[in-house]
Design a protein around this ligand. Structure first.
Ligand code: NDP
Length: 289
């Protein structure tokens, strides 16, 4: 906890990150374009650096959390980063993360990219999951300090991984929520309120989540024997889902999309295989269908 750290960027998230370091006892240097945002942290014991360059030299570890990668480039382009360790927790694409990692390497800095899967009030608690990717030894060396921010995870050496896991997690979240909302709208036409359906939906989501490890094995083996049910059986139920949605007068976009994917896979000869064979549909870019 006596390891000196630096936080560059004191927006809502940067302030939470710096606050968590201070709370854990780290000597904390901060810098922000708009100096006034450092006031509360300075009152709590942070040192405000006059320039980003000065801030970078102060700690053995620098966290950067700005609006986007362009802002990070604007700040770092003008500063000496040679010999420093940068952990960039700014949201962006995997391509931007890899580009930033190459840039840092050329400039002599150690670099980890990260993605914060939490809101600012959760920072500093175990609930805040922060994903990191980039060289493992850099993560290992700084894990004790990074741990002050939340539950920190290292995903692999490719610096783009944290961003990819981040968007994959969002896809999971939105698909689960949309499936639930669709069902809620459908049941609402029969007078069932959302609160009545929610525990049922929650149970289904939990059961389905339990299938993932077994299905993942099929995907990694590239073999999809129908152990439980064949895709064409699913497709018949999908047709009911579309019909029920149409009859109920609710939006049919999502059920039709689900059915179209299964229909394409069946047309390609996969009807007797198990559901995860649909991975091929997801692996094929839309313009090639
Ligand atoms: P804010 O809008 O609150 O803060 C943005 C920060 O970026 C400020 O410090 C701002 O400085 C700085 N900045 C923007 N452009 C420049 C520039 N050209 N030069 C220097 N500084 C610049 O955003 P958040 O703190 O909420 O978010 C920061 C990052 O964290 C984003 O990438 C976001 O996606 C990510 N994140 C945020 C979450 C949240 O719930 N807030 C959750 C997960 C990730 P100034 O004060 O001078 O304007």
């Amino acid at each position: 906890t006596d390891i000196p750290v630096t936080v560059i960027g004191l927006g809502l998230m940067g302030q939470a990150l710096a606050g968590a370091f201070l709370k854990a006892g780290h000597p904390t240097t901060v810098w922000n374009r708009t100096t006034s945002k450092a006031e509360r942290l300075v009152a709590e014991g942070a040192r405000l650096a006059p320039t980003a360059g000065d801030a970078l030299q102060a700690g053995s570890l620098t966290i950067i959390c700005l609006t986007d990668h362009q802002a990070v480039q604007e700040v770092l382009d003008a500063t000496e980063v040679d010999g420093t360790t940068l952990v960039n927790l700014t949201s962006g694409s995997s391509a931007q993360a890899r580009e930033a990692a190459r840039w840092a390497e050329r400039r002599g800095a150690r670099y980890l990219d990260g993605a914060i899967m939490a809101v600012p009030p959760a920072i500093g608690t175990a609930e805040a999951v922060i994903l990191h990717s980039g060289p493992r030894p850099v993560f290992d060396a700084h894990e004790p300090a990074l741990g002050a921010l939340g539950t920190v995870v290292h995903l692999g050496g490719d610096p783009g991984l944290a961003s990819l896991y981040d968007v994959a997690g969002l896809a999971m979240m939105w698909n689960v929520l949309n499936a639930w909302l669709h069902g809620t709208a459908l049941l609402g036409t029969a007078g069932v309120d959302a609160a009545t359906y929610a525990p049922f939906a929650q149970q289904i989501a939990t059961v389905v989540a339990g299938w993932l490890p077994g299905y993942a094995e099929q995907i990694d083996r590239g073999a999809y024997p129908a152990e439980v049910s064949a895709l064409e059986t699913d497709a018949r139920a999908m047709a009911h889902l579309v019909e029920e949605s149409e009859a109920a007068g609710v939006d049919t976009g999502l059920p039709k999309l689900i059915k179209a994917m299964a229909d394409r896979s069946i047309a390609a000869g996969h009807g007797a295989e198990q559901y995860p064979v649909l991975i091929d549909e997801f692996r094929t870019p839309t313009h090639k269908k």
